[in-house]
Design a protein around this ligand. Structure first.
Ligand code: AMX
Length: 434
């Protein structure tokens, strides 16, 4: 059976031809127009990037290589039959476009295990940071700490032909994905367990090992981590973490440099940090009005948040216009594993209360919950209570999506990214007479 690299190599030639033909036959055709509003408004909706690993539909939500989340839960092998998918299987799918067999998934688990050893200087780096350094800042620093081992940077220095860039980029990507669980676990144990580290368990899969090294080994926690790590991997190319990784990678900065940029973007409260913000907001609610507030009390609280000039974290999206299927699958998980948990009840009540209020503001384009509205409550249930850590778990998962695309970006020879900016005067000049 072909290895991951061989299965990928088989796909690359055909896709290179397809992209070449697309450019040659349709290169001057129009994908969309760009308005002044879009240029000022965060480039919303401008179709201007090639991203192969996933595609987001405003109503339906994300598809990974054409598959919805429920389809992946059915098709991707789990740790046990009927269990949540193993993220290693999704990595195979993202890289090759094919649903892997259980044996192929095991081969990825093995491959990652063989690459997982963390250099001592990275452990020392993490140990040297002042207490209270935000876990996302630690994550970005640890990733940069690994950069000295970049095989792509070394191969580039040695003069590698550009047709082969994707090979050391794949090496770096697998090395980095393999090491992230231990990095995350060290950040967690340093911050919340007095620095008492737990060694990796070679009998566990990649996501379960992450949970176990953090100190959480019960069955439900492992299943949650597998699901969590699967659904946060990729959300097409325009979101801040994906786009930042893509942009920096386009300068031929190696995968460590590119991914660190993605992680500093994920650390923003309007993006990945929203999962921390949601938990803090919910805790604020329960502190102020108790664990089982009435819907009327919740409505007042939501309005107070809005009137304070703040966003309601976990709701809204730049592309989605319906409930995020990543939210829905976490809700289904909660219904199965923790139906009576009071915080889940609160999250469910917010689902009923918040959208009407956001709609009533008349300006929020999507009043529905996103992935971050739910994830924290599930983690709380299993004892992972430190919300400032949550975005790290998001980041570990995000590596699979953005690095898989990074391999493809180099395989397809995508150029340095360089959109055009305009001054206000230049915009006025361009729209004159329209
Ligand atoms: N609460 C309050 N106001 C909101 C809101 C929310 N949840 N979502 C959007 N709005 C406001 C915007 O701030 C904006 O107000 P303004 O005109 O006064 O500046 C207005 O509604 C229009 O914004 P939009 O077009 O609907 O959203 P956007 O594409 O500009 O931004 C997002 C999208 C996600 C940043 C925004 O919905 C938001 O801030 N949500 C809360 C934070 C959050 O959950 N982020 C995580 C998203 C998922 C992820 O990346 N992990």
């Amino acid at each position: 059976a072909p290895s991951l690299k061989e299965a990928l190599a088989e796909k690359i030639l055909a896709e290179q031809e397809r992209v070449k033909a697309l450019k040659k036959e349709h290169g001057s055709k129009i994908l969309g127009q760009v308005t002044v509003e879009q240029a000022i408004g965060g480039m919303r909706g401008i179709p201007c990037m090639l991203w192969e690993t996933s595609l987001l539909d405003a109503d339906e939500g994300i598809r990974f290589r054409g598959y919805t989340i429920p389809e992946l839960q059915e098709k991707l092998p789990g740790a046990a039959p009927g269990g949540e998918p193993l993220p290693e299987g999704l990595l195979w799918l993202l890289l090759t476009g094919e649903v892997p067999t259980p044996a192929q998934v095991s081969s990825v688990t093995e491959e990652l295990r063989s690459r997982s050893a963390l250099p001592n200087h990275v452990k020392a780096l993490l140990g040297s940071l002042p207490a209270g350094t935000h876990p996302m800042t630690q994550l970005a620093q640890a990733v940069l700490g690994l950069q000295s081992g970049s095989k792509f940077a070394a191969a580039y220095d040695a003069g590698l032909h550009k047709s082969r860039y994707w090979e050391p980029v794949l090496e770096d990507s697998l090395d980095l994905i393999a090491k992230l669980p231990e990095i995350a676990a060290i950040i967690y144990r340093n911050a919340y367990a007095g620095g008492e580290l737990i060694a990796p368990d070679p009998a566990l899969d990649w996501a379960a090992n992450l949970s176990a090294m953090m100190g959480f080994r019960e069955h439900g926690a492992l299943e949650l981590m597998r699901l969590y790590q699967t659904i946060h991997t990729d959300h097409e190319g325009g979101n801040v973490s994906a786009h930042a990784t893509h942009l920096v990678g386009s300068a031929l900065s190696d995968p460590y440099l590119a991914f660190a940029a993605g992680m500093t973007g994920l650390a923003g409260p309007l993006h990945g940090l929203a999962n921390q913000e949601v938990l803090r907001w919910i805790q604020h609610v329960t502190r102020e009005i108790g664990e089982s507030p009435s819907k009327e009390q919740l409505r007042e609280f939501v309005w107070a948040t809005l009137k304070g000039g703040k966003v309601v974290p976990g709701f809204g999206h730049a592309v989605l216009r319906r409930t995020d299927p990543r939210y829905t699958c976490q809700r289904v998980f909660a219904q199965k594993h923790l139906p009576d948990y009071p915080m889940f009840k609160l999250v469910s009540d917010l689902y009923e209360v918040v959208p009407d209020i956001l709609t009533a503001t008349g300006k929020v384009k999507n009043p529905w919950p996103n992935v971050d509205a739910h994830s924290g409550v599930l983690l709380q249930y299993y004892g992972i209570t430190q919300e400032s850590f949550y975005t790290v778990l998001f980041g570990v998962s995000r590596a699979m999506g953005v690095l898989a695309q990074g391999v493809w970006s180099r395989a397809l020879g995508l150029p340095i990214e360089r959109p055009k900016s305009l001054t206000v005067d230049a915009m006025l000049d361009r729209v004159k007479g329209q």
